[in-house]
Design a protein around this ligand. Structure first.
Ligand code: F6P
Length: 537
């Protein structure tokens, strides 16, 4: 059964939120903190190794209860249960949305009446055996040398998730160098090839469809390069593929035993938990990959069972809706205070914006309210020296998620304390601001510069403080954002799991490529014609 298709703006809860907003929009968080000393006590969630403090938001207890009322009015509870039980929630592609099954402990999960758990376990076992053989050196390259390098060839969901996780878990990595080739820009693949020895490199072609232009072009270029060094029969030792399309993989020349299946009911941008995570298992070992899955599974359970106001993904999603739809915030930032998480924002950009960047509701009608947020970010403290000026003193409201860890992996206390002092100071500064009186008191003078040194404060942040960056906590963190996306899609009454928006540009690119190859220009708008002529000159 599909989700219902109620427009959120027609609910009583939405109307109450609108009224509530007109009162609250002028209220500052400083006042709210002053009025209620127990604010943070109420507005935080402690779960496993996670502590979420959401008290630095422009909300009261009433806002929280109205946001939860909205979630209830839109049958979120029922939607969550449909999500986990394999209902066809991806209606426009006629598919279930079951990436959660890949990390579940259930023994019976049905898709179209078939239990998918045995196939999930079989593929996991295949990933385990394959990755262990490469890591241990029992499986070797065509000249008998152990593998030193792995190249993941994929794009979008077949690249961003594994790339982000391999980067994030660098501390736990083994001796294999793992590279990622994604862009159709030949400079990307050529730069990676420069570093490789064909005798000791394993190539993993990851493409759910195995028709994606970027991936097939890069894989073909790499295969040609490989065959300049050795013969066709060695492809079997050096190339593996992850795909739903075994026919196309075989056509490409990869042997059947090196094909890792995936399934339609796993969306590309949620697929790192499947065999798409092969490069993760190769980089950190299968046991660590299992811990990643376990962390995600525990977040799944939290999301499924916890009351909405104590449910981390639900709270984050509803707060984000509060800013997006009532304060009209256009963007939100994710600022991890960990260099290991430098690829989190690019990963989330696909997960969030490809999912919820939609303007047609579940009935096929245009929505008359804002949907998907623009998400961006960079690790702190680097980002403080880049764009924090605008967050502190610009004209735009940018709610931020601050993610930090109690423990540093290299145990470098001096650095970690300095890093974390920035982490806490920034959210405090964003909350409190600095008024004119304080600026004058500090400088001892009310001069021309005074007004430039004033900070209005009242800028909302969520603080997520996690014990330590481990495969498990990372799994929970990623799953947390996946479920936030789900909740927002349910509330906005859109389909979060298709991506028709990326098709049109691809279609035009194919036609332009044909024009480039044949030299026969077709009619375009005058700007495109002008540019193409300049390019082809
Ligand atoms: O960008 C569109 C998209 O379909 C993504 O959703 C997907 O992750 C990516 O292309 C790659 O697709 P594939 O894994 O089929 O190569």
């Amino acid at each position: 059964m599909a989700l219902n298709n109620t427009s959120p703006t027609t609910t009583v809860a939405w109307q109450k939120l609108e009224k509530h907003f007109t009162k609250l929009k002028e209220v500052s968080m400083q006042e709210l903190f002053a009025q209620d000393p127990s604010r943070t006590e109420k507005m935080h969630i402690s779960w496993n190794t996670f502590l979420l403090d959401f008290s630095k938001n422009r909300i009261t207890d009433q806002t929280v209860s109205l946001l939860m009322e909205l979630a209830q009015a839109l049958d979120l509870k029922e939607a969550i249960s449909k999500y986990f039980s394999g209902d066809i929630l991806n209606v426009t592609e006629n598919r279930a949305v079951l990436h959660t099954a890949l990390r579940s402990s259930e023994t019976n999960i049905l898709v179209d009446g078939n239990n998918v758990v045995p196939q999930i376990n079989a593929v996991k076992q295949k990933v385990r055996l394959f990755s262990e053989a490469i890591i241990s050196g029992s499986s070797r390259g065509y000249t008998g040398k152990a593998f030193t390098d792995v190249v993941n060839i994929g794009i979008g969901g077949s690249d961003l998730g594994p790339d982000m996780v391999v980067e994030a878990l660098q501390f736990y990595k083994n001796h294999l160098n793992v590279h990622f080739v994604s862009n159709i820009d030949g400079d990307h693949v050529n730069e990676v090839l420069k570093k490789l020895n064909p005798e000791t490199t394993l190539f993993v072609v990851v493409s759910k469809t195995f028709t994606t232009q970027e991936t097939i072009t890069n894989a073909t270029t790499i295969k040609k390069w490989f065959l300049q060094h050795t013969s066709e029969e060695n492809i079997a030792k050096h190339f593996a593929a992850v795909s739903t399309n075994s026919e196309k993989v075989t056509e490409f020349g990869i042997s059947a035993e090196n094909i890792f299946p995936m399934w339609d009911w796993v969306g590309g941008r949620f697929s790192l938990w499947s065999a798409v995570g092969l490069s993760i298992a190769l980089a950190v070992g299968f046991d660590a990959f299992e811990e990643l899955l376990q962390g995600a599974h525990e977040m799944d359970q939290h999301f499924q069972t916890e009351a909405f106001d104590k449910n981390i993904p639900v709270v984050l999603a509803m707060l984000s809706i509060w800013y997006n739809n009532f304060f009209e915030a256009e963007t939100e930032a994710v600022i991890p205070y960990s260099q290991y998480l430098k690829k989190l924002a690019p990963y989330l950009q696909q997960a969030i914006m490809e999912s919820n960047g939609k303007s047609t509701d579940r009935e096929g009608k245009p929505v008359n309210y804002q949907t998907g947020n623009v998400v961006w970010g960079e690790p702190g403290s680097n980002s403080q020296h880049a764009f924090f000026q605008l967050i502190h003193q610009g004209t735009k409201l940018i709610p931020c998620d601050f993610i930090g860890f109690k423990e540093s992996l290299h145990q470098n206390k001096e650095h970690h304390d300095k890093l974390m002092s920035n982490f806490f100071a920034q959210t405090e500064a964003l909350l409190l601001g600095k008024n004119q009186a304080k600026v004058i008191a500090e400088s001892g003078d009310n001069d021309f510069l005074t007004s430039f040194k004033v900070f209005s404060g009242n800028k909302p942040t969520n603080t997520l403080l996690i014990e330590k960056l481990t495969p498990k906590s990372l799994g929970s963190l990623i799953a947390m954002y996946e479920h936030k996306i789900f909740v927002q899609g349910v509330v906005w009454n859109i389909f979060s799991y298709d991506q028709f928006g990326v098709e049109y540009g691809k279609q035009l690119a194919n036609s332009i490529l044909e024009e480039m190859n044949t030299g026969q220009m077709k009619p375009h708008d005058s700007s495109t014609t002008f540019l193409l002529k300049h390019f082809l000159k």
